[in-house]
Design a protein around this ligand. Structure first.
Ligand code: GTP
Length: 351
């Protein structure tokens, strides 16, 4: 974690990570990005060559290669292939403006995101802009029953394209939205057919769109969630799927993903860094994402933290504006999170 503003943060190449279950529409979105006239030149990294038409854009193949960190982290891995690919791309810096990583065939988006936090050389040159998840509206509820990966992809997302809306009824779509919202209330949702979305809504979001995420009223979200999870969403599931485990109340399942949003006043940075380090060491395997904007006492600038599992990084972002309320806000998305401990822990960081 660096405590000083990083020089040249703006010159870092933004990286968009594209995830989504098999057949959700990732290639369709990719084709759109590569063919639409948006003025940005993308270098594309895929695990395997797709049938993508490329003009000016670079397409790089990378083989699956994942390293576990040898520092005892049980949930942190980096992708050697991705590091090398990004480094090779950087030698051609100037010939593209942004990088798009398609995680075809990769079930877990964490190692891809972690690579952009953990490898120093990569971090120096590139910044993770957003994780974009394409969801098949027709099949996602079933996928969520079958696999943890489908849930992880939603939990990780900053932007979600609710695709194939032509294949579901309005009620079905609403149920899907409710369910996604219950997993990750902070992702921006766009309903799409053939991934038809204004690409500005997907690309170059900046810092995981923290501003927007954290400006949401957590109280509202909690009420909202509760209502939805026990309401039409659950009903819908019952009608459409056979449940082997015999219940639908996802929030009662300790293994399901939930989000916890906390606020506090001005913090003592030393105490906060120690706390967030401890939290991620202990709860890291269960923390899929964390994002926060912190107000440190006597610090003229806002401090932004974000993390994946046990990895946290932070940076000063910009000056607090005149009249802007100096509050600290942080969101954890994960499984089996100890909410009381998080609440007490953050409180104890107050200056
Ligand atoms: N009906 C319908 N079909 C769609 C939509 N979007 C994509 N498809 C189709 O769904 C199929 C899968 O789309 P892809 O874009 O290849 O999905 P993908 O996520 O790249 O698939 P994999 O690479 O296999 O993981 C294709 O036949 C697309 O034409 C949509 O909104 N509605």
């Amino acid at each position: 974690m660096t405590a000083t503003p990083e020089a040249g943060a703006d010159t870092k190449i933004p990286v968009t990570v594209l995830t989504g279950y098999l057949g959700a529409g990732k290639t369709t979105l990719m084709n759109r990005i590569l063919t639409e006239n948006h003025g940005t030149r993308y270098a594309v990294i895929v695990n395997e060559f797709g049938e993508i038409g490329i003009d000016n854009d670079l397409l790089v193949e990378s083989d699956e290669e994942i390293f576990e960190m040898n520092n005892g982290c049980i949930c942190c891995t980096v992708r050697g292939d991705l590091i090398r690919t990004v480094e090779n791309l950087m030698k051609r810096k100037g010939s593209f403006d942004a990088i798009l990583v398609e995680t075809t065939g990769v079930a877990d988006p964490a190692p891809v995101a972690q690579t952009f936090f953990m490898d120093d050389d990569v971090r120096e040159k590139a910044r993770l802009d957003a994780v974009v998840t394409v969801v098949d509206s027709r099949h996602v509820l079933k996928r969520l029953e079958d696999t943890e990966e489908a849930e992880d992809q939603i939990a990780f997302a900053d932007v979600i394209l609710l695709n194939k809306t032509d294949l579901v009824t309005a009620e079905e779509l609403k149920a899907v939205e409710d369910r996604i919202h219950s997993i990750n209330p902070y992702a921006v949702l766009h309903r799409t057919e053939r991934c038809g979305v204004d690409l500005k809504a997907v690309l170059n979001r900046g810092a995981f769109d923290l501003e927007r995420i954290l400006s949401l009223d957590p109280q509202f979200l909690e009420d909202h969630d509760h209502h939805h999870e026990c309401g039409p969403g659950c009903d819908h599931d019952h009608h459409h799927h056979d449940h082997e485990h015999g219940h639908d109340h996802h929030h009662e399942d300790p293994h399901s993903v939930k989000s916890i949003s906390l606020t506090a006043g001005e913090l003592n940075p030393q105490v906060f860094f120690r706390w967030i380090g401890d939290v991620t060491q202990v709860q890291g395997p269960n923390i899929l994402r964390l994002k926060g904007i912190m107000a440190f006492k006597d610090d003229p600038q806002r401090y932004v933290v974000q993390g994946v599992h046990m990895i946290v990084e932070g940076d000063h972002q910009r000056d607090w504006k005149d009249g802007e309320e100096r509050v600290s806000r942080i969101v954890f998305i994960g499984r089996e999170l100890d909410e009381n401990a998080l609440v007490t822990g953050l409180k104890a960081c107050e200056a």
